[in-house]
Design a protein around this ligand. Structure first.
Ligand SMILES: *[C@@H]1O[C@H](CO)[C@@H](O)[C@H](O)[C@H]1NC(C)=O
Ligand SMILES: *[C@@H]1O[C@H](CO)[C@@H](O)[C@H](O)[C@H]1NC(C)=O
Length: 437
């Protein structure tokens, strides 16, 4: 038996989609089919109606981010120059394909290993979200990107399968860049949808889904990370999501299709893909409290309150589409070196741009490699903030921490936070009680 598959006529009521899936899960359990099937052959799925998603992102691996692995970018001291090297695109362009391939292969080989996946599984994580760029599949125009990531990606899927981790595949970069962030591959302009990149993006989803949608460890595919709704045409983003959904469904009726909220607010998605025509759609929102001054000025208590404040809207949205917080961290400052981009300073200590206002010093936060170097007070504060976020986000369908590890930036380093008693272990342990109730 290679797959177990029930089609049940969708029930046309509010939440019909969820009811259908709950029924299907119940029938499977009754029939004893789930436990009877050999593990290797069972296509896993994640049942949001009975389980919270507790996940970790595998950031800075198959898509470079200078602040996650600054050591790869220290070779480019001239970041203030005319054509600075600030992202994976310029990394490949500056080094040329042979040298870029050599360095990237070394990075793919070493930055994330089986031991890291094992550490995540041991910490009680049930899902890893793995960012990958379109350029792993297709090049566009005169792209300097190098390929070869997929062999490492395949290894990661095998580790996940062995360790019982679910995988959310996350298309993190679209041709031309969907947000202008370095983590899209290319920092600066937002050229996605400016030229005819939509067809190519859907083609990449087609390749990705045909290759991976039926992999036993893959439970979901996110069509695109963080398209910047304010700078793009929302109508076209929605058309893209519909095209992407249809493309994934050609290969699998089961794998969850994840859509990012495009930063326009959860209520913008009320009713979208929430009809019997769509099944297994998950809405992803990202919550950080360090990318504008008013949040950086909050006290610990207000950071906690701001996290708890999200509970209602997430819980409400979760009654329409399963809603996850697919990225968040323990950071309450933007002091991590290059967090705002290679060569760019922090808002917190006034080095973001010339004339930035100053909130406090970043001393003791930048250039710290591990939470073990923080004071006990600071570790306790981060833990309190993290606990509040986990509670708030579990009013929805769950959460995915950004990110598994960093070279520095401990507030963002899940494995290091676990090792230093900052991340609750088990993940449901609370030192600060139910802060959101
Ligand atoms: C957004 O795209 C739609 C569909 O192509 C188009 O009809 C509409 O005019 C566009 N809106 C703007 C503001 O460009
Ligand atoms: C929490 O939400 C309330 C009501 O919307 C708002 O007045 C308050 O400023 C929020 N607090 C924080 C810290 O975000």
């Amino acid at each position: 038996m290679t797959s177990v598959h029930f089609r049940i006529a969708p029930i046309a009521i509010d939440n019909g989609m969820k009811l259908t899936r709950t029924l299907a899960a119940g029938l499977l359990a009754l029939a004893g089919l789930v436990t009877a099937a050999p593990a290797r052959l069972t296509k896993r799925s994640f049942d949001y109606s009975t389980e919270k998603l507790r996940g970790v992102n595998i950031g800075g691996w198959l898509v470079l981010e200078p602040w996650i692995t600054p050591s790869l970018f220290e070779q480019f001291p001239d970041y203030g120059g005319d054509s600075p090297t600030v992202d994976e695109y310029t990394f490949c362009k500056t080094l040329g394909s042979d040298e870029a391939y050599k360095q990237l292969q070394q990075h793919w080989e070493s930055w994330i290993t089986y031991e890291d996946f094992k550490a995540l599984a041991d910490a009680g994580v049930n899902t890893v979200r793995i960012p990958i760029g379109y350029w792993a599949f297709e090049l566009w125009n005169d792209d300097p990107y190098v390929q070869g990531q997929l062999a490492y990606f395949d290894n990661a899927l095998a580790w996940a399968e062995e360790l019982g981790l679910n995988v959310m595949i996350d298309l993190h970069g679209a041709p031309g860049s969907q947000n202008g962030f370095d983590n899209s591959g290319q920092r600066g302009n937002i050229n996605w949808l400016e030229e005819d990149t939509l067809t190519l993006t859907v083609k990449v989803i087609d390749e990705l889904a045909s290759k991976y949608a039926n992999h036993p460890a893959v439970t979901s595919i996110e069509l695109l990370n963080e398209p910047l709704g304010a700078s793009l045409n929302m109508t076209v983003i929605k058309q893209f999501y519909e095209a992407g959904y249809g493309t994934v469904r050609q290969y699998s009726s089961e794998v969850d299709v994840v859509i990012h909220d495009a930063y326009v607010g959860l209520t913008e998605w009320d009713g979208f893909m929430n009809t019997p025509d769509y099944d297994a759609v998950v809405l992803d929102t990202h919550i950080y409290q360090v990318f504008n001054n008013w949040q950086l000025e909050l006290s610990l208590e207000d950071h906690v309150r701001a996290a708890c404040n999200q509970s209602d809207s997430i819980g409400l949205s979760n009654q329409k589409l399963w809603t996850i917080v697919g990225e968040f961290s323990g950071a309450m400052t933007d002091c991590a070196r290059w967090l705002n981009g290679f060569g760019i300073g922090a808002r917190y200590d006034g080095t973001y741009y010339k004339g930035s206002s100053w909130i406090d010093s970043c001393d003791g936060e930048s250039n710290v490699n591990s939470a073990s170097q923080f004071s006990a007070d600071k570790r306790a504060n981060i833990r309190q903030f993290v606990e509040a976020q986990l509670d708030a986000y579990e009013t929805g369908a769950g959460w995915i921490f950004w990110t598994a590890k960093t070279e520095a930036a401990p507030e963002w380093n899940f494995i290091d936070l676990v090792n230093n008693g900052v991340m609750p272990q088990p993940l449901t342990e609370r030192w600060y009680g139910q802060q959101c109730s």
